[in-house]
Design a protein around this ligand. Structure first.
Ligand code: NAD
Length: 297
């Protein structure tokens, strides 16, 4: 079995790395925070003190980092993956970042005789823990085939969508749908609440119909319980909508409702909710009407 390096052990990366360990892969882990590195070390992974070292010691190196500048830092920065990666190795970036940055990094990786996939995911922390993520992959077909068994340890659905960058273009589409979906059902829940309908009954009545969705099932219980611990942070969803709008600008595509929800995310961050779960989009709509959509005590 191939040796795998894993960089970025946050909400998503830590359980994904754990699943690779459980599947029997020998894993070399690194994060700028020592706590998750120690945890994975205790679980049987080899720990190292830079991304470069993780790349030197592995044949496949995976990153799961917040944003484009973090991936650029971990790959192109001092003691980064580019300094350590061996010719013939494969770099898989599973973070959700700008597709243009993915393409730029791939060119540098290829110059070292290595290959790259961009493979962002959907499914949140529960999907990462259960190994049931949806993984959208960009990159050469042969590299995809070589990595598919590893990706299948972390995901239930693993689909190659095109060449490098296509994974992240697809993830942007995913993030537009999720953000607008949460905003839409937040408006509906606030209206129902103001009209005196029990929000739990409203949810149960609509979830089996056309308005039902995975986002509705994952996020309405969070809203009803009023516990907005992440999950998926508001500031990371803003990063995704910023990337979507930048891409849309380059391609001359108007995305009016995405732009509106992007402004709501910005307002929530100003309101101190950047590290709340993205289901807190509902808090923005609640504030407009002065009601909270919570379960009856
Ligand atoms: P997180 O902030 O919980 O974890 C990121 C980890 O990267 C942290 O442990 C941090 O210390 C580490 N890190 C940052 N810079 C580093 C560097 N230069 N070198 C090494 N380690 C570094 O974020 P997350 O929620 O796990 O998200 C990771 C990616 O997955 C993001 O791109 C996010 O958009 C995407 N994503 C998240 C979710 C979710 O529900 N949380 C779902 C799907 C996709």
């Amino acid at each position: 079995m191939k040796k795998i390096g894993f960089v970025g052990l946050g909400i998503m990366g830590k359980p994904m790395a754990r699943n690779l360990l459980k599947a029997g892969y020998s894993l070399i882990v690194y994060d700028i925070r020592p706590e998750p590195v120690k945890e994975l070390g205790d679980a049987g992974a080899e720990t190292v003190s830079s991304s470069m070292e993780a790349a030197e010691k592995s044949e496949i190196i995976i990153t799961m980092l917040p944003d484009s500048p973090d991936v650029e830092d971990a790959v192109l920065g001092k003691d980064g993956i580019l300094e350590g990666i061996k010719s013939g190795s494969i770099f898989i970036d599973m973070s959700s970042i700008s597709p243009m940055v993915s393409k730029r990094i791939a060119m540098k990786i290829e110059k070292k005789g290595a290959r790259m996939l961009d493979a962002p995911v959907s499914g949140g922390e529960p999907g990462a823990v259960a190994g049931t993520l949806a993984i959208m992959v960009g990159g050469p077909e042969d590299v995809f085939k070589e990595c598919e068994p590893i990706l299948k340890v972390m995901g239930k659905s693993v689909v190659r969508v095109g060449e490098i960058g296509a994974g992240n273009f697809t993830k942007l589409a995913n993030q537009i749908i999720v953000a607008i979906n949460i905003e839409a059902f937040s408006e509906a829940l606030v209206l129902g609440m103001k009209a005196g309908v029990d929000p739990e009954n409203l949810y149960n009545a609509i979830r089996g119909g056309l308005a039902g969705s995975n986002a509705l099932d994952a996020k309405v219980p969070v809203i009803l319980n009023g516990n907005f611990k992440p999950g998926f942070r508001i500031r990371l969803h803003l990063k995704d909508l910023n990337n979507a709008l930048d891409t849309a600008k380059d391609l001359n595509v108007p995305l009016p409702v995405t732009a509106l929800v992007q402004q709501m995310l910005k307002a929530l961050i100003v309101d101190g909710k950047g590290d709340s779960d993205h289901s807190a989009i509902c808090n923005f709509i609640e504030k407009l009407s002065g009601v909270d959509v919570r379960k009856k005590k």
